[in-house]
Design a protein around this ligand. Structure first.
Ligand code: FES
Length: 106
């Protein structure tokens, strides 16, 4: 499953992830700057905040229960396409996914 991370400065990093992984873990595994993932994906931090590219908002679906509350703690601006990247599971249907990273995570 290919995922492209677009940093706040526009730098694009494309990586290959095993299906079943999530967008936060994939960033960490590939040393992508801009995702911290402090809580390890337990929805307890908001340092994995990302903005789903508008072309992918339907495919990634709505926020999961609890994401809204945690996003209130995000360091950067929360937008309609804000997600906790640890809650986006990479299925084959998300091959080619593009996410944008906020300037700040903490
Ligand atoms: Fe902590 Fe996603 S890694 S909420």
């Amino acid at each position: 499953v290919k995922v492209t991370y677009v940093a706040a400065d526009g730098t694009r990093t494309e990586v290959d992830a095993p299906p079943g992984s999530n967008v936060m873990q994939t960033a960490l595994d590939n040393d992508v700057d801009g995702i911290v993932g402090e809580c390890g994906g337990a929805m307890m931090c908001a340092t994995c905040h990302c903005y789903v590219d508008e072309d992918w908002s339907d495919a990634t679906g709505a926020r999961r229960d609890g994401e809204d509350d945690m996003l209130d703690c995000a360091a950067d601006e929360v937008r309609p396409n804000s997600r906790l990247s640890c809650q986006i599971r990479l299925t084959e249907g998300l091959d080619g996914l593009v996410v944008h990273l906020p300037e700040e995570q903490v």
